[in-house]
Design a protein around this ligand. Structure first.
Ligand SMILES: Nc1ncnc2c1ncn2[C@@H]1O[C@H](COP(=O)(O)OP(=O)(O)OP(=O)(O)O)[C@@H](O)[C@H]1O
Ligand SMILES: [Mg+2]
Length: 316
């Protein structure tokens, strides 16, 4: 657990829960806002329970349904056009290790039904195959949605939710555990120093206090990004406040403003373009999350990006 820091009561409780679930083989559902450390927790659980076995991660929101199905379960040669060779899916690759289903809240109804069956029967077939293959992997799932309300809204199957939430770990947002920030800064700086071959050691007290006062919508990931950027800019071993001023703050205000198209009424296209830009600012260029907020599919988003010649920078 060296990689995981936090002294706040919420994190201490989480560490206790982690200790208890790690040794078991129970399915774990990890919930928390973006950047709160869900994947890190999944890896910690894995390293406690089956460190020498495979850890296989798959992002359920990153690819289209049909591809995702064959990524998960594999396919037999010739089972569909383009299936030129037999493919082993993630369930098989995970073997007796851990399978991490990231962004599980994005799973389509179709795949929710298929996954449910697999979890119930602990067996599956490759796409186009007949052989029953046993599931031996431990299932870890994560989402930044509130799955209970997704269930109420009819977007997520209740029965699948029940299967997944055998154990639920909830990661609190960073703004609800600001006391963790000094320790996180220290921890992240060590990591960043190694990565960038820097030697940053100190953050002035007042700077730290300002960091603690921020809202951190992107949570620990946002803090890490900010420190990385500052580390690149700074010389010597002191992280100065000027390096930590994020262009994000003023940019956010600008992007949030309604599109001003002189005093004529904007067209629908203009509004749509401005709205997509605004959402991208909110998600820091994260396409999966932008799709969620906009309520559109990934291909639709891609099409609109091309249409409006928008090329968001940032992670995917
Ligand atoms: N408690 C923590 N201690 C140390 N590092 C942390 C902690 N929480 C998160 N991090 C670091 O913050 C970064 C983001 O964490 P991670 O990728 O696990 O978040 P996530 O919840 O999966 O985010 P997303 O929803 O964006 O996928 C990682 O580099 C991770 O190592
Ligand atoms: Mg993640």
């Amino acid at each position: 657990m060296d990689d995981l820091v936090g002294t706040s009561p919420a994190m201490q409780q989480l560490f206790k829960d982690l200790g208890r679930v790690a040794a078991s083989h129970a399915t774990v559902l990890i919930q928390g806002e973006s950047g709160t450390g869900k994947e890190l927790i999944a890896r910690v659980i894995h390293s406690y329970s089956s460190a020498s076995r495979p850890f296989i991660a798959i992002n359920c929101s990153a690819i289209v349904d049909t591809l995702l199905e064959s990524e998960l379960f594999g396919h037999e040669k010739g089972s569909f056009t383009g299936a030129v060779a037999t493919k082993v899916g993630k369930f098989e690759l995970a073997d007796d290790g851990s399978l991490f289903l990231d962004e599980i809240g994005e799973l389509s109804q179709n795949l929710q039904a298929k996954l449910l069956r697999v979890l119930q029967e602990r067996e599956f077939e490759r796409v186009g195959g007949v052989k029953r293959i046993p599931v031996r992997a431990r299932i870890l799932a994560a989402t930044n949605r509130d799955l209970a309300s997704e269930v109420s809204a009819g977007r997520f199957r209740e029965d699948l939710y029940q299967r997944l939430k055998v154990v639920t770990l909830s990661l609190p947002p960073l703004r609800e555990r600001r006391d963790d920030i000094p320790l996180l800064v220290e921890h992240l700086l060590v990591k960043i120093n190694q990565r960038l071959h820097k030697n940053l050691r100190r953050v002035p007290r007042e700077t730290l206090e300002k960091l603690m006062a921020r809202e951190w919508p992107g949570n620990v990931r946002e803090l890490e990004n900010l420190l990385t950027r500052a580390a690149v800019l700074s010389q010597g071993d002191l992280l100065l406040e000027e390096h930590l001023v994020q262009n994000g703050e003023p940019a956010k205000a600008k992007a949030a403003a309604a599109p001003v198209v002189s005093d004529r009424v904007p067209t629908l296209d203009e509004l749509e373009k401005a709205h997509i830009e605004r959402v991208f600012t909110m998600t820091k260029g994260h396409k999966g999350r932008a799709c969620q907020i906009l309520g559109i599919s990934r291909p639709t988003l891609e099409r609109k990006l091309r249409k409006y010649r928008l090329a968001p920078a940032g992670e995917d």
